[in-house]
Unconditional design. Structure first.
Length: 392
């Protein structure tokens, strides 16, 4: 797989496939991906220095440096494409054609290729030439309008879902296209719009608005229908309670020792409880502030009520369940020292568990290796390309 992408969305999608065993070759321009310089945290020094932000999206890949601005560089790319299964790129519309890495140019050298083109708005529509970033995608795609607390300014989701969702949809699309190729023998061109991905995430909020239901606004940690389904302050932090169906309500009441509410028919449904939410919160909120979040979770879990403490990011990676699922990955960066990061959530039964998490490549670290192995170039050819500055 040739990964021509930059920034976050494309690299994340390519990394997901690398985690599952794809041989992903990151093709970088001279100077490298801008994210290599993204702070504030780095490990190592000098040529071994690595941005941990870059590491979050580039483990288990190989890196080559190739100048696609020059015709000789494009010819090298085509030689690599002949021996590849997938090319993914996220250039602005029109740039891939200029650089010879659009699906038409690549299918001319390898009709079996899966070519995934990612962009902010896709290849069609009035805004196809516009630039997009995570913040603008969340705003325009509607997800930002339902994030945050009611009555306060709109906020974006914490994780960059405008980008990450695009990476996940790209990995799914590529895997589907590869499966189709096994049956048909044909390559595919995928036109993936990051705005489309945000719209797809609206899910039930979209079906409400499109079918005579409410147009949702910010919900905070709450829910448009279920109640109580939200965050509460405990003695030492926050705890969330998810009474998503009515059957959890009596269990919730017993856990809080509010037994008179458990069998009250006037509180049996979400609609009834929502109508009296102010009255109920006047009792529930001070009650939950009496004990720690962990203590309340233990009481609620005994009654079978879905709940959780609101953990900081660093606390997540001390959680016994997270550790048991091997979601803390350590990347061996050699002289730079180890980098710890979030692991691969896809688990398989049996011996094969996907590939082990590989290191983050240094810029151009595998250029010679990949040209020999994939393009089948001899040392003399590689030396000429290096001397001309086509590869580095």
């Amino acid at each position: 797989m040739l990964d021509l992408t930059r920034m976050v969305a494309g690299p994340y999608g390519a990394m997901l496939l690398a985690d599952l065993g794809a041989d992903v070759v990151k093709v970088e321009r001279p100077g490298g991906d801008e994210v290599r310089a993204m702070g504030p945290t780095f490990v190592g020094e000098g040529e071994h220095q690595t941005s941990v932000y870059f590491a979050a999206f580039h483990r288990s890949k190989r890196s080559i440096v190739l100048d696609l601005e020059r015709q000789e560089g494009r010819e090298v790319l085509w030689d690599l494409a002949r021996e590849s299964d997938v090319v993914i790129e996220n250039f602005r519309v029109g740039v891939a054609e200029k650089l010879g890495c659009d699906h038409r140019a690549l299918h001319a050298v390898n009709p079996r290729l899966i070519v995934c083109g990612m962009s902010g708005f896709g290849r069609t529509g009035p805004d196809r030439d516009n630039v997009a970033f995570d913040l603008t995608l969340q705003a325009r795609g509607g997800t930002m309008s339902i994030t945050g607390e009611p009555g306060r300014p709109a906020v974006r989701m914490g994780p960059p879902l405008g980008d990450l969702a695009g990476g996940m949809f790209a990995a799914l699309a590529i895997a589907s296209a590869l499966f189709d190729r096994e049956r048909t023998g044909r390559g595919r061109a995928i036109d993936l719009s990051l705005l489309d991905c945000q719209v797809a995430l609206l899910a039930y909020a979209a079906t409400y608005a499109l079918n005579g239901g409410p147009v949702l606004g910010p919900q905070g940690s709450g829910h448009a229908y279920a109640w109580p389904y939200r965050s509460f302050e405990a003695a030492d932090g926050a705890v969330v309670v998810a009474v998503f169906t009515d059957r959890f309500w009596p269990c919730f009441c017993r856990a809080l020792e509010l037994n008179s509410w458990a069998d009250d028919p006037a509180l049996a449904t979400h609609a009834q409880r929502r109508a009296r939410s102010a009255e109920l919160l006047a009792v529930i909120e001070p009650k939950l502030r009496e004990r720690t979040a962990r203590a309340w979770c233990e009481a609620l879990e005994r009654e079978g009520v879905p709940c959780a403490p609101v953990q900081r990011v660093d606390e997540v990676f001390t959680d016994p369940q997270v550790l048991a699922r091997e979601m803390l990955a350590t990347l061996d960066q050699g002289p730079a020292g180890p980098i710890r990061t979030a692991g691969n959530p896809i688990k398989f039964e049996g011996e094969w568990q996907g590939e082990a998490h590989g290191p983050v490549p240094r810029l151009g670290e595998h250029t010679i290796e990949v040209l020999r192995e994939r393009a089948r170039y001899d040392d003399e050819t590689i030396a000429k390309l290096r001397a001309a500055g086509i590869v580095r």
